[in-house]
Design a protein around this ligand. Sequence first.
Ligand SMILES: Nc1ncnc2c1ncn2[C@@H]1O[C@H](COP(=O)(O)OP(=O)(O)O)[C@@H](O)[C@H]1O
Ligand SMILES: [Mg+2]
Length: 310
Amino acid sequence: MALIDIRGLRKRFRDQEAIQGIDLSIEAGEIFGLIGPDGAGKSTLIRLLAGILPPTTGEIFLHDIDVVTNYEEARKIIGYMPQTFGLYGPLTVAENLRAVARIRGVTGAEFQKRTERLYRFSGLAPFQDRRAAQLSGGMKQKLGLCCVLIHQPSILLLDEPTVGVDPISRREFWDILHTLAAQGSTILISTPYLEEAARCHRIAFLRQGKILEVLDPLTLRERFPYATCDIFAPEPRVLLQGLQGRLTPTAAFLSGDHVHLIGEKQLLASGRLEKTVRQLVAKGAIVEVKETTPTVQDLYFVQERMGNET
Ligand SMILES: Nc1ncnc2c1ncn2[C@@H]1O[C@H](COP(=O)(O)OP(=O)(O)O)[C@@H](O)[C@H]1O
Ligand SMILES: [Mg+2]
């Protein structure tokens, strides 16, 4: 039996159908990734599953519980972390946990036991008395996850929980997710980062409210064997033309005040890119080649480009 079962799901907002017929089954213990360009419908799908948005048509079963008709039961097994979630900034880590626990009816010895476990697990123990507002980005996200875990949900719905978090904290966050999955949690998570998507067991590529395809991590890695970077220099437009002429990168384009480039990993690792950039700008100009974390937008861009060429 599938733990998450979605059938014929559609969601129409006033002038737009954000979810256009989704059927999907997710098994117990799976970490299932949702990727897709902005506006693809990832957040809408997650909110529908969390039961906080009613579908226009279709059915959602979580653990055989109908989310639409039996929300009261469903919410007991759902842990939902919205794209922007609220911690109480002036309250400490411990007070934040106590506040959500009270809402969920978790008190006394049971609360103690659970928070101790969450502290151990998340590494938040030394920060119990720190105000949430004073935590680093990575710590905030871990506290957010702990808040979502306090009622011991079996299904986690996480909407881009690691955006803006430093790479090390992101890796730690994912280690926690893998531990949870190994203990039997089922996780649906959206992410803009390809390396994170590749840590899922399966990944659905969403576009315009439909699942284009379901991928496995290996296929995803094969589709994007590139490195990405932002190049800052005076006259980025001129630099872009020069780079396209000299290096023929996989893709390069202007993005705000800099050039965003997608290219072979070797191009960056060998220093050949940086050398070429320096040759293309005026002598003594300040340039910076900053490697970035490849995102779904990067993949999307490469796919669109290749699609147009064939
Ligand atoms: N509450 C809403 N009212 C109207 N349109 C919405 C609402 N929520 C989302 N949308 C629209 O639905 C589409 C999908 O949005 P969303 O699910 O947030 O995409 P994603 O999370 O993949 O970026 C977008 O075009 C968005 O503008
Ligand atoms: Mg979103």
